[in-house]
Each structure stands twice: as structure tokens, then as C-alpha cells.
Design a protein around this ligand. Structure first.
Ligand code: NI
Ligand code: MN
Length: 228
């Protein structure tokens, strides 16, 4: 198996690949849809897309408990290092070969203030090439942008796309994102955590399946998707 990806609700994801557990935007405490908790979850690595509380979430406590290395934009990596967390800073467009795969930081149209008001640099998405060569694009919080076409040119096996609207792409723009990215598989994220981002993922799935060649997997919090 190349990887197993679990959705913990909101934009919180857990990836198992090459024997490592990689958490993405670990927001458990205060997340009404989280299916597990910050004191139980495993992590070897943690990816943080931006500084907002619903993404940096429980990063500090999980990293300190597990000893996980946190990978983020450099400004956030420096902020975490000052709190005694092991962190690896990258920047937009830059990739690095980590033990779990080659990770590149991608553009995101969003903000990134940290919980204490510190400057968090640019927000990012992630493009991971697993050690078996599968490509996973974690868009995380972003509006639609035309350069998703460039990301799609790499050949995406799985894309995680926000559909909640208000803070990120909504269903219409997320459908346009699928057209630009042309992923084989899509999982919608960042919806139904709160009333402000309430959406019908099954209705969105039907539109994507009708209008693109992507397969959509609507998960319940705690459910997983595997790709061989
Ligand atoms: Ni955000
Ligand atoms: Mn968010």
C-alpha cells in the first residue's frame, strides 16, 4: 500500500506512508467534528499550512508529546522552534526530500496570522510525492487560483480541496479547481465544522463526477481512503 489517508474532520488529516504517520493541520481541541483527540493521536511528522487556530491547532502539544518534526513555512517554523518544538522551515515552491517523501510547499490564497498575533509569513498548501511515486495535493485553506493548472501538470493522484466557502473556495470554485488539477481522486475538506461553512458534500460529489473524470470520496470524520 502506498498510503492511507484519514480525515479527522475540518482540514485535519493523518497520512500513513512508508511506515510514518504524518499529521496535517492537527486541529483536535475545540474541533466539533474531530474523531480523536490531541493526547491520543500518533505523529512522526506534522505539516502546518498556516497560522490560523483551526490549522496550527494542537501542533505544539502533539509535537512535544510525540517528538514529531513539524514542517511549515519558515516564519511558522521559527515561531515553533522558539517554543521548543523541532521544526523544519521551507518556503513556497521549495521542495525537500523527507523520510516520508518529497514535500513541496505550494501557493495558497489566504492569511496566516499566528494565534498570538505574530506574523506567520505566507500560507501554503502541500504537494507530496510519496516514496512510491504517488502525488497528493493538500490545498488546505485557499481560494481558487489559476496556477492550480501548473500543480495539476505534475499528475495528481489525490487532491484534498476545501469546499466550505466563506473562508476558502466554495463548491463552485472547488469544482473549477478539479477541472484545473485533473486529479484521479478528490476528497472534500473544510466544511460542516460550523454553520458558516455548511455544505452538502454529496451534492458537490455528484457535480464533480458528472463534469470531470475525477472520483470523489466523501468521508465521515475518522474514515480513511487508501491507495495502493
Ligand atoms: Ni485559515
Ligand atoms: Mn481554516
Amino acid at each position: 500500500m502506498s498510503f492511507k489517508l484519514t480525515w479527522y474532520g475540518h482540514a485535519t488529516l493523518g497520512l500513513e506512508t512508508s511506515g510514518f504517520t504524518v499529521l496535517v493541520d492537527p486541529y483536535f481541541s475545540g474541533n466539533p467534528s474531530a474523531s480523536t483527540s490531541a493526547d491520543k493521536v500518533k505523529a512522526d511528522f506534522i505539516l502546518v499550512s498556516h497560522g490560523h487556530g483551526d490549522h496550527i491547532g494542537d501542533t505544539v502539544s502533539i509535537a512535544k508529546r510525540t517528538g514529531a518534526l513539524v514542517i511549515s513555512i519558515n516564519e511558522i517554523a521559527v515561531w515553533l522552534s522558539k517554543q521548543g518544538v523541532k521544526a523544519h522551515g521551507q518556503h513556497l515552491g521549495g521542495g525537500y526530500k523527507h523520510p516520508f517523501g518529497y514535500l513541496k510547499l505550494t501557493l495558497a490564497l489566504h492569511g496566516s496570522a499566528l494565534p498570538d498575533g505574530s506574523y506567520g509569513g505566507n500560507p501554503s498548501g502541500f504537494l507530496l510525492t510519496t516514496n512510491e511515486g504517488k502525488k497528493i495535493y493538500f490545498a488546505q485553506d485557499t481560494g481558487l487560483f489559476g496556477d492550480m493548472k501548473l500543480i495539476g501538470e505534475e499528475g495528481i493522484d489525490l487532491a484534498l480541496l476545501p469546499i466550505g466557502d466563506n473562508f476558502t473556495m466554495g463548491p463552485d470554485d472547488a469544482l473549477r479547481a478539479v477541472e484545473l488539477l485533473q486529479p484521479k481522486h478528490v476528497i472534500p475538506i473544510h466544511y460542516n465544522t460550523w454553520g458558516l461553512i455548511e455544505q452538502d458534500p454529496n451534492a458537490w460529489s455528484k457535480r464533480v463526477v458528472a463534469e470531470t473524470s475525477a472520483q470523489v470520496h466523501v468521508l465521515k470524520p475518522g474514515e480513511s481512503f487508501s491507495l495502493g
